[in-house]
Design a protein around this ligand. Structure first.
Ligand SMILES: C[S@@+](CC[C@H](N)C(=O)[O-])C[C@H]1O[C@@H](n2cnc3c(N)ncnc32)[C@H](O)[C@@H]1O
Length: 254
């Protein structure tokens, strides 16, 4: 008998009418992080057979879109797309189904078909999770929220760093419904940052103005950067030290 058949969450899912045991992982993630809220537009990447879609619908009641390379059986109230989340053509199809302002939440439980070769499966999981992050950056509203599954391994720290660069808050979390022996972990990101300026990157800017706090104000593609100790009119090279959703702080290096 396969392990799933004996599994507590497998039986619970059957009993409560969920299409997968994974449904409880999303419930537990949501209890901890308040990711999906009433009225949210939610995009679920790697959504088949649809347990997460069912939970997302319960939590939001708004527009819920599921994407998978496999067909997803109809779920009343949810929109589905058959497509590969790594392709721009799929992202375009998602955009066509959500409001122009973008999605409030992107969730991704996608997993590669396991080969049994651990480092290969880990690398493919990181690749999928990175595609999900890129997709999230393209379709989320500013300050949007994100959750993605990854199989742990040596490329995990690099991946979580990428999430950290994109969100104000990020955290790894292992819900109780993930099997104890499983190496899967979920990475949560909250408050998507604009991609215009990045932490620790250098820019040469003109100080256009002085703000109320005395800091210089520069703009990079209309995004405000406060620069301590700068004088109006001067051109300086700065390094970005902190990024917030609506502005950043830079330090003069030259
Ligand atoms: C663990 S299942 C998701 C279960 C789902 N969260 C639920 O609760 O029913 C992982 C899914 O990821 C999908 N997947 C894997 N690679 C994908 C890709 N490149 N694009 C879209 N879906 C993908 C698989 O087809 C599979 O259905």
């Amino acid at each position: 008998m396969p392990r799933d058949r004996r599994d507590y969450f497998y039986r619970k899912a059957k009993k409560e009418g969920y299409r997968s045991r994974a449904a409880f992982k999303l419930k537990q993630i949501n209890e901890k992080f308040n990711l999906i809220r009433k009225g949210d537009t939610v995009v679920d990447l790697g959504a088949a057979p649809g347990g997460w879609l069912q939970v997302a619908l319960e939590l939001s009641g708004g527009t819920v879109v599921g994407v998978d390379i496999l067909p997803i059986g109809e779920i009343e109230g949810a929109e589905t797309i058959k497509g590969d989340i790594r392709l721009d053509t799929t992202i375009e199809k998602i955009r066509a189904k959500i409001k122009k302002e973008g999605a409030d939440v992107v969730i991704c439980d996608a997993a590669p078909n396991l080969s049994g070769n651990w480092s290969y499966d880990h690398a493919r999981s990181i690749d999928l999770a990175t595609s999900a992050l890129e997709c999230a950056r393209k379709i989320l509203k500013p300050r949007g929220r994100f959750a993605v599954k990854v199989f742990q391994g040596d490329m995990f720290p690099g991946f979580i760093n990428k999430v950290r660069q994109s969100f104000v808050k990020s955290q790894a979390f292992s819900p109780e419904a993930s099997r104890k022996q499983s190496a899967e972990i979920y990475v949560i990101g909250k408050q998507l940052l604009p991609g215009i300026v990045k932490m620790n990157e250098e820019y040469t800017v003109v100080i256009e103005d002085i703000g109320a706090s005395g800091d210089g104000i520069a703009r990079i593609s209309d995004f405000v950067v406060f620069v301590k100790g700068a004088k109006q009119g001067e051109t300086v090279t700065i390094k970005i030290r902190d990024v917030k959703p609506n502005f950043a702080f830079g330090e003069i290096i030259v």
